[in-house]
Design a protein around this ligand. Structure first.
Ligand code: SAH
Ligand code: SF4
Length: 356
């Protein structure tokens, strides 16, 4: 642990007041931010238009990016996962979905980054790798923004979309999430438009209400995975706390506050949630909320028993939705390695260390 504060977790106003405390004029904050986000300086010593004693001062109290890239032997060309070590020795993973592949297997000219919001996850969805080892801690805002900066540096690619679909439940870390989103969205910061930032949640009702009431037009994706309590409850323990009716009520409220559509993510798991009755119920609910549906064939997780249904079943399920007028997509096999990795991140590095 360095004990130093990460600049990349501060808003411009916060940095200005810290800089005033260091006895420097406020406008220095703009200069520092320009070095960090536009020029991508790695060290304070590079910030040549700042007085030398101020640079030294900054260096003793601050760091720029709290993440340390780790060479990850398991990473292949197709998965493009990046592993980072945090200051307390923990690890997180981030996945890039490059422009040439794009989301839902379609070609796209945008690079999407799937970021983690927590180390582990407390919500224990039965099918999910991230929840398998339980929850360790929330990520700091700078550990979230740092994923984008570090991947841009490693890949030399500009990230155009950010999806909070990596490890963790972003709305369970709402304070640091919103702080990070402010920085990701700001002109003086990473500069990604709110409509290109998607928060995915397993359905934390009070926090969805908070998101609805804040002004940024970020997108919301809801991991539904079951259209009735009976089915959803089997695979998502959170459904006991916030059953489907409460979830849909808050989503209806969300809709009144925002101008963009909600997306339902629906993993298709063989013999669990892939029946035509579920498809019909899902169509009904999606229509009443004017929501889109992303169907995702389940990706197998080592040690878990769940399987994906065959292609026929996947297509039949999709047809029920599209024929009733619901805007829906089914993720193609192509590129599924990458899509799979997003939402399947796990603390394997820690396990490896423990077992060696
Ligand atoms: N906690 C949040 C965001 C992280 S999970 C949430 O649950 O929405 C991101 C997405 O990946 C979720 O829709 C999740 O259900 C999905 N996911 C998890 N494991 C998966 C798997 N094995 N195959 C396909 N999608 C998976
Ligand atoms: Fe957590 Fe989301 Fe995985 Fe559920 S699906 S265990 S909420 S990361």
């Amino acid at each position: 642990m360095t004990g130093r504060t990460a600049i990349t977790g501060l808003t411009k106003e916060e940095l200005e007041s810290k800089i005033l405390e260091l006895g420097q004029p406020k406008y220095r904050a703009g200069q520092v931010l320009d070095w960090v986000y536009s020029k991508r300086a790695k060290r304070f010593s590079e910030m040549s238009n700042l007085p030398e004693d101020f640079r030294t001062n900054l260096d003793t109290q601050y760091i720029i990016n709290p993440l340390t890239p780790v060479k990850d032997d398991r990473s292949t060309d197709t998965t493009r996962k990046y592993l980072y070590q945090l200051n307390d020795g923990r690890y997180i993973e981030t996945v890039i979905i490059p422009a040439s592949i794009g989301q839902q297997g379609k070609r796209s000219d945008r690079n999407t980054l799937c970021v983690s919001s927590q180390v582990g996850c407390a919500y224990g969805c039965k099918f999910c790798a991230s929840g398998l080892d339980g929850f360790t801690r929330n990520l700091e805002a700078a550990e979230i923004t740092g994923q984008i900066l570090a991947v841009e540096e490693e890949t030399m690619k500009k990230i155009n979309n950010v999806v909070f679909m990596g490890m963790g439940e972003p709305l369970a870390n709402i304070r640091n999430l919103m702080q990070a989103i402010k920085i990701i969205n700001a002109e003086w910061g990473i500069g990604i438009g709110a409509r290109h930032i998607t928060v995915s949640t397993s359905g934390l009702v009070p926090q969805i209400k908070k998101i609805a009431e804040q002004p940024l037009q970020i997108r919301l994706a809801v991991s539904l995975h079951g259209a009735t309590d009976e089915v959803r409850e089997k695979i998502m323990p959170i459904n006991k706390k916030y059953p489907i009716r409460d979830l849909f009520d808050v989503l209806d409220y969300y809709r009144t506050k925002k101008s963009q559509k909600i997306t339902f993510e629906y993993i298709l798991i063989k013999d669990i949630n892939d029946s035509l009755e579920q498809a019909e119920q899902l169509s009904k609910e999606a229509r009443s909320l004017n929501a889109k549906v992303n169907l995702i064939p389940y990706n197998k997780v080592d040690g878990l028993k769940w399987e994906r249904p065959n292609e026929r079943t996947q297509k039949d399920f999709l047809n029920v939705l599209t024929s009733s007028g619901v805007q829906s997509t089914l993720r193609k096999e192509k590129g599924h390695d990458i899509e799979a990795a997003c939402g399947q991140l796990r603390l394997r590095k820690e396990k490896q260390e423990v077992s060696t």
